[in-house]
Design a binder for this molecule. Structure first.
Ligand SMILES: Cc1cc2nc3c(=O)[nH]c(=O)nc-3n(C[C@H](O)[C@H](O)[C@H](O)COP(=O)(O)OP(=O)(O)OC[C@H]3O[C@@H](n4cnc5c(N)ncnc54)[C@H](O)[C@@H]3O)c2cc1C
Length: 387
């Protein structure tokens, strides 16, 4: 049950290892109805609430704001343990989308009033958060926004359209980015807190996805949507900085559950390769199969260490931008490969829906796109190399 590498006490504290183990135990108590919900594209508010009651959603937020006050490393371990113990990557993705977008933005940049009004509710699971930056013409070029925020008496009027917004169909609070002033790129962008049902904001029909189907997603339309001045997050023009900070956390932590998935997949594959016999012996005895398992182990250990390195650096107060990009690119791609290997090792049974391995592949592919595509992570890494 222990995360790899924890045999040496200098890697992690006893409390961190115990926390990891407690999350695995908790995850195994959750109902395993993911196959049906994946097919139906259904989000489970019940499981969301159970995770929040356990303390998952609030992990990194300070205790005085309703959170668990865990450091980054411990938070990552909690998410890794959830990904290991619970097979619904979509639900875990929805939790990630909530934590890194709404919680981090409000914790780091919100006014005391915004923090008090929202953070305890976001941590307790009572409220669900999301953020909306992507537009049809602004994806990887995230700051190339067409959405506008015009300053008027007492606030701002927002217009524009957002797409691919995770959690939008179930969200209570939306952190929306729009251009409020002159400037190119991140300059002149502001962030706003919009409440569910506010006049002028419409959430479109849920979008159908290949994977992460238990995590709801929709477009968001803003038509002369008035936002009072007190719902500006941070200062006018600070939206670029707020988004960058939120992405720093997201890139660093969002792959933690993938590491858990990779480990569960490896264990499942080792057990299967030992018991599945062809040509009179277990398939594990064929080197082309055991090499795949060895490669899965190499990728898992590298993924785990890259994750922990990023968390450790952030806990030392370092921005870890390049390390987070390295971890995000490596883990997302290694997870896809591990799911492909798992299907191959299981043969025809792996290709069928029943075992859930093909769902693992469908879920994993999104990791190469959200929070900055693999290509964009490589742009960040190249920048870190001074290129
Ligand atoms: C599951 C999922 C959840 C998401 N959740 C949210 C959310 O909650 N909120 C939100 O605002 N957005 C969300 N998004 C949107 C996501 O951030 C974008 O899809 C992503 O940034 C890529 O933008 P795009 O889809 O427009 O692709 P594009 O930017 O059009 O990219 C198309 C291709 O071109 C490549 N490319 C683009 N620019 C470069 C470059 N400079 N160098 C090399 N290659 C390049 C890309 O890597 C990609 O391969 C989500 C997306 C997914 C898939």
């Amino acid at each position: 049950m222990r995360p790899p590498g924890t045999a040496a006490p200098e890697w992690l504290t006893r409390a961190q290892v115990e926390f990891y183990e407690s999350v695995v135990r908790f995850a195994k108590t959750l109902p395993d109805d993911v196959r049906d919900r994946d097919e139906a594209g259904a989000f489970s508010r019940d499981i969301w609430n159970r995770c929040a009651t356990f303390g998952i959603q609030g992990m990194p937020v300070p205790e005085e704001l309703g959170g668990g006050g865990h450091d980054v490393l411990t938070t990552m371990l909690g998410l890794e343990a959830l990904g290991y113990g619970y097979p619904d990557q979509g639900l875990i993705f929805a939790i990630n989308a909530h934590m890194w977008t709404s919680e981090i933005s409000l914790w780091r940049f919100g006014t005391p009033e915004q923090q008090q009004a929202w953070l305890p509710r976001l941590c307790s699971g009572e409220a669900i958060g999301c953020h909306a930056i992507t537009e049809p013409e602004a994806g990887s070029d995230a700051f190339n926004l067409a959405a506008t925020a015009r300053e008027v008496e007492g606030g701002f009027v927002l217009n524009g359209g957002k797409t691919f917004i995770s959690n939008a169909p179930v969200a209570d609070v939306f952190i929306v980015f729009a251009r409020s002033g002159a400037g190119i790129g991140p300059f002149g962008i502001s962030a706003f807190l919009l409440r569910k049902g506010v006049s002028g904001m419409e959430v479109g029909k849920p979008l159908e996805k290949m994977g992460l189907r238990t995590s709801p997603m929709a477009e968001v339309f803003l038509r002369d949507c008035f936002v009072p001045a007190e719902d500006l997050v941070g200062k006018p023009g600070q939206g670029g900085e707020i988004f960058t900070e939120s992405m720093r956390w997201e890139r660093a932590c969002i792959m933690a559950s993938h590491v858990g998935l990779m480990r569960r997949t490896l264990e499942t594959c080792v057990a299967y390769a030992r018991q599945r016999r062809q040509f009179g012996k277990p398939i594990a005895k064929y080197e082309s199969i055991s090499d795949k398992l060895a490669n899965m182990k190499i990728a898992l250990d590298a993924a785990h260490l890259l994750l922990l390195r990023t968390g450790w650096l952030m806990d030392q107060g370092r921005d870890a931008m390049t390390e987070a990009a390295v971890a995000k690119a490596f883990i997302s791609e290694a997870t896809v490969q591990s799911q492909l290997d798992a299907i191959q090792i299981h043969g025809g049974y792996g290709y069928m829906s029943e075992l859930g391995i093909e769902r693992g592949l469908r879920d994993a592919i999104g990791g190469r796109i959200y929070s900055g595509t693999s290509e964009i992570q490589r742009r960040i890494i190249a920048r870190g190399l001074g290129l």
